[in-house]
Design a protein around this ligand. Structure first.
Ligand code: NAD
Ligand code: IPM
Ligand code: MN
Length: 350
């Protein structure tokens, strides 16, 4: 009986996680679920955005399903010392799990081109996998400070950090079209010079079957929306990957269609890429598709159950055709969309 730790978190996190758990229960009745606190709600309840009880629960977890963390701009959480803020809880969780590679697929399913703001001929057939480095760079480097009118952060990478995430990208590309684009800013940054050198050396040493090219991040920001079909796998550092993946959400049509899987040393972490959406939280209208598709990634990557993952993804595509949510210009609320997914899986709707 695989144990799934669920961490619903803040804002729309509980709403979309509940939908994902409902779908998981239908497709994999043997799973057990254990819910724990993370983020701002964990700080309010336990004085810590990543409480010890949550940390302890990870020890024998087979996979972790996360909702979202964080509050609105005026939230008191944003005035806490940085380590106590909701987002720091999430970063500590990623670190505790050793999840250094964050896989963020960007896909336009056949028949869903109309949900994209791009011209149908640009959106059709898009299938990109962004592999974002998740445990390094400016996010984690301890050489950081704000002091009076001066502040700095440090973007630092080591060769082993670059190689392990690049291996993940090459491995993913081997099961796809065999093309990897490494994204950096090597025309300006030393850290990108190292990144580019190490990714190329690894390819030349161990992945001669992969076609690798290097592009600058500013150029990719333009090309990923104007000519998305040029990309298969993209591999990039933490901050660039964060920004490019929200940008790429424009291609399928919404942040609500962007799932992710974070893989590394131990149990995987599965979470939508969107945030807590304070503007719509508590209204029951959030698009749960990204959370449900993250649950599918949990089945595929975390539990090696590809058939069940495919079943969920097919059902989500059908539901998006029948009952699009408001972020996609439709009318469905969270409940209606989730029911449509359950129905599309051949499950009687209660
Ligand atoms: P956001 O992703 O929460 O919202 C951006 C916009 O997209 C909003 O208009 C929101 O309503 C919409 N949106 C997002 N997900 C949606 C969904 N599933 N269905 C329908 N609409 C959706 O980004 P933000 O407003 O910049 O950040 C809000 C908070 O979330 C901040 O505290 C931020 O730090 C946090 N955040 C958390 C995560 C995470 O937990 N992984 C990710 C990003 C941001
Ligand atoms: C994401 C989020 C997080 C990140 C924040 C909330 C720490 O934006 O998962 O994309 O920057 O990694
Ligand atoms: Mn982000």
């Amino acid at each position: 009986m695989p144990k799934i730790v669920t961490l619903p978190g803040d804002g729309i996190g509980p709403e979309v996680t509940a939908a994902a758990v409902e779908v998981l229960r239908e497709v994999a009745p043997d799973l057990t679920f254990e819910e724990h606190a993370i983020g701002g709600m964990a700080y309010d309840a336990h004085g810590d955005p990543f409480p010890q009880r949550t940390r302890d629960a990870l020890a024998d977890a087979d996979a972790v399903l996360l909702g979202t963390v964080g509050g609105p701009q005026n939230s008191p959480w944003n005035s806490l010392p940085r380590p106590m803020r909701p987002e720091s809880g999430l970063l500590a969780l990623r670190k505790a799990l050793g999840c250094y590679a964050n896989l963020r697929p960007v896909r336009v399913q056949p028949g869903l081109e109309h949900l994209s703001p791009l011209k149908p001929e640009l959106a059709r057939g898009v299938d990109i996998l962004i592999v974002r480095e998740l445990l390094g760079g400016v996010y984690f480097d301890q050489d950081r400070k704000i002091d009076g009118d001066t502040a700095y952060n440090t973007m630092r990478y080591t060769t082993p950090e670059v190689e392990r995430v690049a291996r993940m990208a090459f491995w993913a590309a081997e099961q796809r079209k065999g093309r990897v684009t490494s994204v950096d800013k090597a025309n300006v940054l030393e850290v990108s010079e190292l990144w580019r050198r190490d990714v190329q050396a690894l390819r030349d040493r161990d992945y001669r079957n992969i076609h690798l090219n290097h592009e600058y991040v500013d150029s990719v920001a333009m090309l990923i929306v104007s000519d998305p079909s040029r990309y298969d796998v993209i591999v990039t550092e933490n901050l660039f990957g964060d920004i490019l993946s929200d940008l790429a959400a424009v291609i399928p049509g919404s942040l609500g269609l962007m799932p992710s899987a974070s893989l590394g040393d131990g149990a995987g972490l599965f979470e939508p890429i969107h945030g807590s959406a304070p503007d719509i939280a508590g209204k029951g209208i959030a698009n749960p598709a990204a959370a449900i598709m993250s649950a599918a990634m949990l089945l595929r990557h975390g539990l090696k159950r590809s058939d069940a993952a495919n079943q969920i993804e097919r059902a989500v595509a059908l539901a998006l055709r029948e009952e699009p949510t408001r972020d996609l210009g439709g009318k469905a609320d969270t409940r209606t969309f989730t029911n449509a997914v359950l129905e599309a899986m051949g499950t009687p709707v209660g």
